[in-house]
Design a protein around this ligand. Structure first.
Ligand SMILES: Cc1cc2nc3c(=O)[nH]c(=O)nc-3n(C[C@H](O)[C@H](O)[C@H](O)COP(=O)(O)O)c2cc1C
Length: 246
């Protein structure tokens, strides 16, 4: 009897473990480290621009940023400092734990499927052009030296803030990076991550005395073309940034 009981107990435990395996696969695991991604369009030979080190201990409070954040759609024609652009890029997708390569925004499995492009128009000490942000080196890689602001404005259904902005930021994603581990849940995870990144960007803009508006209405193909996205990437979010007019 004891033997039969033991066999039944062992069989029960085995069934329980087997039934948990798929669930464990779907749960967030603490990975050994993030999968490092090459920039999606692999244009690492482009001209590289160093960015100032981001400030990590300003006195601007998080509550103040929550309170002040508003979608602002009119900007002045002032230039924005390179340090503010640097700060915003770091908040959007920068490295906050250099040892493990973890970033300022969470990412399912630390796989980091998002890429950030900048369409620069009026940034001090940065020529106009389209740039890819490289989080690891905290640098900008030039991918197009034309000012594409007017074309991006047209791709964004002629929304005025895009044309007025000192720079526009495009958050794009490669769903396959997340799908390799999370299958059908990848789309959900990637969209959640874009939201995290967008909120960081918006709050950091406020803390820099700047303003933005999240833009989801645009022609995907045209915006992708203008910002040098690879075939694997989809543009998800556009953020014009500038000094608020009011
Ligand atoms: C996913 C998403 C897409 C949006 N797309 C646009 C857009 O294309 N154009 C625009 O002017 N505002 C857009 N907005 C901004 C909303 O209109 C704005 O957040 C809303 O009016 C609330 O105002 P607040 O951001 O000042 O709180 C978008 C917001 C979100 C979250």
């Amino acid at each position: 009897m004891i033997t039969i009981k033991r066999i039944l107990l062992l069989a029960g435990i085995s069934i329980l473990i087997l039934s948990l395996v798929p669930m464990i696969g779907c749960m967030e695991q603490d990975p050994d480290g993030p999968a490092r991604q090459e920039p999606a369009n692999n244009l690492t030979d482009g001209t590289v621009h160093d960015l100032p080190d981001p400030i990590r201990d300003s006195e601007f409070t998080l509550e103040e940023a929550f309170r002040q954040r508003r979608s602002v759609r009119e900007y002045t024609d002032e230039y924005v400092s390179l340090s503010c652009l640097s700060q915003i890029l770091w908040a959007t997708q920068g490295i906050s734990d250099a040892q493990r390569g973890f970033r300022t925004v969470p990412s399912a499995g630390a796989l980091y499927p998002l890429n950030v492009r900048v369409i620069s128009s009026r940034v001090e000490d940065l020529p106009v052009g389209v740039y890819l942000y490289d989080p690891e080196s905290h640098r900008l890689i030039l991918i197009d030296d034309e000012d594409r602001t007017q074309e991006v404005y047209e791709a964004a259904l002629s929304q005025n803030p895009v044309k007025q902005a000192a720079f526009n930021i495009i958050i794009a994603a490669d769903y396959d990076i997340t799908a390799t581990r999370y299958g059908g849940r990848a789309e959900r995870y990637v969209h959640l991550e874009a939201g995290h990144a967008g909120q960081n960007l918006s709050l950091q803009a406020v803390a820099c005395g700047l303003a933005t508006v999240p833009i989801g209405a645009f022609d995907d193909d045209r915006l992708g073309e203008l910002s040098g996205l690879s075939e694997d990437e989809t543009p998800l979010y556009l953020f014009p940034v500038g000094h608020p007019a009011e």
